[in-house]
Design a protein around this ligand. Structure first.
Ligand SMILES: Cc1ncc(COP(=O)(O)O)c(C=O)c1O
Length: 387
């Protein structure tokens, strides 16, 4: 079967690749596998949400399509959530509910760009972003990673990359994989940079519920719809990753164009997902805050243990679900280093180069998925590599 040449050149999905290294391996009880691979909350949604969804199964409407952009009452509820968390909010017409942030990203770039257009992507990049851009023939133009600033994007460096082909600056905050949070002032500066070049700032805010403060104040500005697109995920917020719960936020005219793709791609976010989202936005602020505090504690615990450990792995950046570390093996790529950790430490994580070119010296660890005891165990295993 013939396959698009463009597609063949793209890296395979990194988590699938790394998990395939486990095939045939058996891990002993005294040294079980520690999975630092996937960025999913370790907990389930609360019982009241589960009960609400169970009850919805008696309603025949639950199994039917909704409007392409989502049910009006769900979009209203999402806008109220924004008002509480961002001190400003999009209107329901500026919102399209999507099959995860992943689909929101595809809708954004395929509505904004044509093949051969450019999107500026900060390194290290969330791997699905370059994969999506390349699959559509859009060129990711990488802003270099600076270990000195722990993954914070540099306004001047990004400004220098803008060309007549640039359609957008793409940033992720908190970052996957460094955990770096871009401050509200910096976000304003990136927005104004995009505005001054008549391009878009695309902000992926999948982990926004884990910052603990107002992520930015763009929704307070009357001019945000001209140059800002937000990629939102409620998958991590309400522990609904399997229900594929996201949203695209942009100006109304843009959303109307987006719906042509939405209709031909998925029609709508599944109704059970919409119901869970409505329930979460209406009832779960306290539950989310409690879990965000737990995640912060896990991060603080990991950081303190890792910095105190005698290890040749170096912590470069960390925050929310992630740590970005430099491995000690100059002659190994990240992939080889990650394989060595599977083989010798029963520990699985992602290689740096999955997050963009030139990042072979690094590894991404994700501790959202594991509790404090396992974090201590994982750090202990890194310590065994002290040279
Ligand atoms: C930065 C970032 N964006 C998007 C996604 C995908 O989110 P969703 O599950 O809502 O599609 C992830 C998932 O890990 C992510 O880390």
């Amino acid at each position: 079967m013939q396959v698009s040449k463009q597609l063949e050149q793209i890296q395979p999905p990194p988590i699938t690749e790394v998990k395939s290294w486990l095939t045939g391996r058996v891990f002993p009880d005294e040294k079980p596998l520690v999975d630092l691979c996937q960025a999913i909350p370790s907990y389930s949604p609360p019982m009241e949400l589960i009960e609400y969804l169970k009850n919805s199964l008696d309603d025949p409407l639950t199994f039917k399509y909704s409007q392409d952009e989502g049910l009006p009452e769900v979009r209203d509820e999402v806008c109220s959530w924004y008002q509480r968390h961002y001190q400003g909010a999009p209107t329901p017409k500026q919102l399209c509910l999507t099959v995860g942030a992943s689909q929101a990203f595809w809708l954004a770039i395929s509505s904004l760009c044509q093949p051969n257009d450019e999107v500026i992507v900060q390194l290290p990049a969330y791997f699905d972003h370059p994969m999506g851009l390349q699959a559509l023939g859009i060129k990711p133009v990488y802003a270099p990673f600076n270990p000195e600033t722990a993954g914070q994007p540099d306004l001047e460096a990004i400004k220098r990359l803008i060309s007549p082909k640039t359609k957008a600056i793409l940033l992720v905050t908190p970052s996957n994989p460094t955990g770096a949070v871009i401050s509200p002032d910096q976000i304003t500066a990136f927005f104004e940079l995009a505005q001054s070049h008549n391009i878009s700032l695309i902000l992926d805010e999948t982990y926004n519920a884990f910052i603990g403060t107002t992520p930015h104040l763009l929704f307070n500005r009357s001019d945000w719809p001209n140059n800002f697109i937000q990629i939102a995920s409620f998958g991590k917020t309400f522990a609904l990753t399997g229900l594929r719960c996201g949203a695209l936020i942009a100006n109304h005219e843009f959303i109307q164009q987006v719906l042509k793709i939405q209709d031909s791609m998925v029609v709508c976010q599944p109704r059970p997902t919409q119901l869970a989202l409505k329930f979460g936005c209406r009832h779960l602020d306290d539950w989310v805050a409690k879990n965000a505090a737990t995640m912060q504690q896990r991060h603080d615990h990991f950081k303190a243990d890792f910095l105190a450990a005698k290890t040749n792995f170096k912590l470069i950046a960390s925050g929310s679900f992630f740590a970005w570390v430099k491995h000690p093996w100059n002659d190994l790529t990240g992939r080889q280093a990650a394989k060595r950790l599977v083989e010798e430490a029963n520990l699985i994580c992602l290689p740096g180069e999955a997050f963009g070119p030139g990042l072979e010296p690094y590894l991404r660890l994700s501790f959202g998925n594991i509790g404090v005891t396992q974090i201590t165990e994982a750090v202990g295993r890194f310590q065994k590599f002290y040279l």
